[in-house]
Design a protein around this ligand. Structure first.
Ligand code: DLL
Length: 432
C-alpha cells in the first residue's frame, strides 16, 4: 500500500519542481539562521539567491561528520532551542556524537516517512508491531515507534535485547511485524528454534531490518527461518534516523524519500557528482527539516542510484543496498568502531606495541571482533599466566572505549605484517 500516493508517486517533473522550491527555501534559511552555513556559503562565494532549482544543489558546500562535531552540540540549529522537542545522537564512540535536534514538525515528518516505510511492507492499523530496535538516544527505536503510531498499528515497544522475553511476547501477543537489526532477527530465529517455536505457526509475517549492512543471502536466511518477508530500511542520525529510504513490495532497491531527503552520488576523492548507475559516496540534503537542516552531508556510505521506473508505481529514485563505506568504520552489533580507537587504547598500555589487527567474523548470527595485539619482547618472555592477565586487561580497556566486547589475542613480536602504504588494520571475514 502506498501511504502518501501524492508525494510517493508524484510525476518526476513535478517532484523536481517541488525539490527546487524546497532547496531554495532551505538554502535561504540556513544562510540566515546558521552562522556555520553562512561562512561555508561565503567561502565558496555562493548566495541563497543563486539557488533557483534542484540542479543548483551542486553549487552548495558539503558538510562532513567532522564539521558537525566542530559545532557540537547546537551549532547546526536553525530554530530557537525552545522549539526543539527531542534530541537524538549517534553512538559517538569516537569524539563527540553527532546531534539531530527535532522540532515537533520534524517528529511529525519522521512519523510520516516511517509510516511510508512500514506501509511498503503492508503494515496497516490491523497490525501488531514488535519494535525491537533500541529505544533511547539511538534513532531506531523511537523512529520506528512514531511510524507505527502514525499508521495506527499496535506498538509493542519492547526495545532491543532480552531474547527470551522477545519470543514470549511474540507468541503471547501475536506480533505480526518485527522491527530490529537483521543480525538480531537471525538470533531470534535461532533462539526460537531452540525453544521449539515453529515460526510458520505464528502470525508474524513481515520484518523491517536496517542500521547495519546485510545481504541478499542473509535476507533469504531470515525469510526462511522466520517465515516472513524481510525488507531493508535505511537511514542515519544526521538526516533523521530510519525513514530516509526503504524497499517497496518488490524488494528490489530502496526508494529514497527524496521529496524530503535529496540524494546525490559523488566521487569520494574529487567531490564531483556521478551519474545514475555509478557507484560512489552517498550525499544527502534535507529539504524540509526544521531543527537541524543539513546541506550535502557526506555519509561515507557507498551505493548507486537509479531512476528506472519501479513496478510498484512509486516514482522516487532508488538506491542499491549499501555496498560499503569510504572510511574504515566497522559496525559491530550496531556500534560504530574505528581502528584508531583501538590504537589509542594500546598506546597507553605497557607490554604491547601499537601493532594490531581487527578480525571480524560472523559466528552464527552475531558479529565477533577479535583484536590481535603484538606484545613486546619483554612480555613475550614472561610466563603464560601473565600473558593471559594482560589479554583480560586489554579486553576491559577496549570494552570501555568501544562499548562492545572484543576478544584479545596477544601475538609474537613482529608477527603482524608491516606495510609501506596504509596498514591493513581490518580483516573482515563476514561474507555479506
Ligand atoms: O542506524 C538509523 C537506522 C535505524 C536505520 C534503524 C535503519 C534502521 P546511525 O546509528 O546514525 O543511524 O547509523 C547510520 O548505519 O550511515 C550506514 O552506514 C548504516 N546503515 C543504516 N541502515 C543501513 C542499512 C541508524 N539498511 C549508518 N544497510 C549509515 C546498511 C546501514 N547500512
Amino acid at each position: 500500500m502506498i501511504w502518501d500516493a501524492k508525494h510517493e508517486s508524484m510525476p518526476r517533473e513535478e517532484l523536481r519542481r517541488l525539490q527546487g522550491e524546497r532547496l531554495k527555501a532551505i538554502a535561504r534559511k540556513v544562510y540566515d539562521r546558521v552562522p556555520f552555513y553562512k561562512s561555508k556559503f561565503n567561502a565558496l562565494g555562493v548566495k541563497p539567491e543563486d539557488i533557483n532549482g534542484i540542479d543548483d544543489i551542486a553549487k552548495l558546500p558539503f558538510t562532513s561528520k567532522d564539521d558537525m562535531r566542530d559545532v557540537f552540540p547546537y551549532g547546526l540549529l536553525a530554530c530557537d532551542l525552545k522549539d526543539i522537542v527531542e534530541i537524538h545522537t549517534s553512538s559517538g564512540t569516537t569524539g563527540k556524537p553527532v546531534v539531530d535536534a527535532y522540532t515537533q514538525g520534524d517528529i511529525d515528518l519522521w512519523g510520516e516517512v516511517m509510516a511510508r516505510t512500514l506501509s511498503m511492507g503492508g503494515v496497516t492499523a490491523e497490525d501488531i508491531v514488535q519494535n525491537a530496535y533500541g529505544y533511547g538516544l539511538f534513532t531506531g527505536g523511537l523512529g520506528a515507534h512514531y511510524g507505527i503510531r502514525r499508521i495506527g498499528a499496535t506498538c509493542i515497544p519492547i526495545s532491543g535485547g532480552n531474547t527470551k522475553r522477545q519470543l514470549d511476547m511474540m507468541r503471547d501477543f501475536g506480533s505480526t511485524a518485527l522491527t530490529c537489526t537483521p543480525s538480531y532477527s537471525l538470533y531470534l530465529a535461532e533462539a526460537g528454534k531452540e525453544e521449539g517455536i515453529d515460526f510458520s505457526k505464528l502470525p508474524l509475517r513481515v520484518g523491517f531490518f536496517g542500521a547495519e549492512p546485510w545481504s541478499e543471502s542473509m535476507r533469504a536466511d531470515i525469510q526462511a527461518k522466520l517465515h516472513i518477508k524481510a525488507y531493508d530500511i535505511f537511514g542515519l542520525t544526521e538526516i533523521i534516523g530510519p525513514g530516509v529510504a526503504a524497499e517497496c513490495e518488490c524488494q528490489d532497491l530502496l526508494h529514497v524519500f527524496e521529496d524530503h531527503f535529496y540524494p546525490e552520488i559523488i566521487n569520494p576523492d574529487t567531490g564531483k557528482p556521478l551519474p545514475d548507475g555509478e557507484k560512489g559516496e552517498l550525499v544527502f540534503t534535507t529539504l524540509t527539516k526544521e531543527g537541524t537542516p543539513v546541506i550535502r552531508y557526506r555519509t561515507r556510505d557507498i551505493t548507486y542510484l537509479t531512476r528506472e521506473p519501479c513496478p510498484c508505481g512509486r516514482t522516487a529514485v532508488r538506491m542499491h543496498r549499501i555496498l560499503g563505506r569510504t572510511d574504515d568504520m566497522l559496525i559491530i552489533r550496531g556500534v560504530n568502531i574505528f581502528p584508531s580507537q583501538v590504537e589509542q587504547v594500546l598506546i597507553k598500555m605497557d607490554g604491547v606495541e601499537p601493532h594490531y589487527q581487527l578480525l571480524v567474523e560472523r559466528q552464527g548470527t552475531l558479529d565477533c571482533l577479535e583484536v590481535l595485539v603484538e606484545m613486546t619482547e619483554g612480555l613475550f618472555s614472561d610466563e603464560l599466566k601473565r600473558l593471559e592477565q594482560k589479554e583480560r586487561e586489554i579486553e576491559d580497556k577496549l570494552r570501555e572505549a568501544l562499548l562492545v566486547h572484543s576478544k584479545v589475542k596477544l601475538v609474537e613480536p613482529k608477527s603482524i605484517p608491516r606495510s609501506e602504504g596504509k596498514a591493513k588494520r581490518i580483516i573482515d571475514k563476514r561474507s555479506i
